[in-house]
Design a protein around this ligand. Structure first.
Ligand SMILES: C[S@@+](CC[C@H](N)C(=O)[O-])C[C@H]1O[C@@H](n2cnc3c(N)ncnc32)[C@H](O)[C@@H]1O
Length: 203
């Protein structure tokens, strides 16, 4: 099944609050974005943002140039419905991150729980090509994946688990690792999942 079909089926079957990755408050993402120091009017993209509340918090926090990209139109529709009129201040892109051809540069690229689905080296290379097209030197990259002691699957799909050094090796020498941290996420069903978060700067 193509990612688009899989993810549209997932978001059509359940409400966002019932999905394993749901966070009422994306605390670590928000902290890392604040620590990146990007200006409130700088362009930020949340790749695979789905129906995450990160966009709500960024808009409420005064960020004015937020883009959310996701392969699932159903996920984007859920986020837009929740935001109501505030959705008009956000750019929404329905696209596969591995085929994304950015039409502008971003000061910050954020990804929570998307890169880890790329189990094929060619897909990781394609994703990282898009990152390099999107980010000029100095721009920042935040990626959160399942940690080495995290689950082997998410949403029924296999994942690749990373620690900070493994992720740094994967994104390559063009990115300097600035900080990393772990998170124990509790799913709505009460299951604990171990995540790794890394913040990089494009050299
Ligand atoms: C586990 S969810 C995480 C959603 C969100 N980042 C969060 O933290 O709540 C993975 C998301 O990535 C999206 N996705 C999966 N593969 C993708 C791809 N190749 N390109 C773009 N989005 C993708 C899915 O539709 C889904 O919204």
């Amino acid at each position: 099944m193509e990612p688009k079909e899989h993810w549209n089926a997932v978001y059509s079957a359940r409400s966002p609050e019932q999905l394993g990755w749901y966070q009422a408050h994306p605390e670590i993402s928000l902290r890392l974005i604040a620590e990146s120091g990007v200006a409130k009017d700088a362009a930020i993209i949340d790749v695979g943002g789905g129906a995450s509340l990160l966009v709500d918090k960024l808009v409420a926090g005064g960020y004015t140039e937020v883009t959310v990209l996701d392969v699932s139109a159903a996920a984007l529709a859920a986020a837009q419905a929740r935001l109501g009129s505030r959705a008009q201040t956000v750019t929404w892109l329905e696209a596969d991150a591995t085929r994304f051809a950015p039409s502008r540069h971003y000061a910050l690229w954020h990804d929570r729980a998307v890169f880890h689905f790329l189990t094929e080296p060619a897909d990781r290379q394609a994703y990282l090509r898009a990152v390099e097209q999107a980010l000029l030197p100095g721009a920042q990259l935040i990626i959160a994946t399942f940690a080495p002691d995290g689950p082997e699957k998410c949403s029924g799909l296999p994942v690749v688990r990373y620690g900070p050094q493994e992720l740094a090796n994967e994104v390559g020498e063009n990115f300097e690792l600035l900080e990393s941290c772990g998170e124990t996420h509790t799913t709505p069903g009460g299951v604990k999942q171990s995540f790794s978060y890394c913040r990089f700067r494009r050299r």
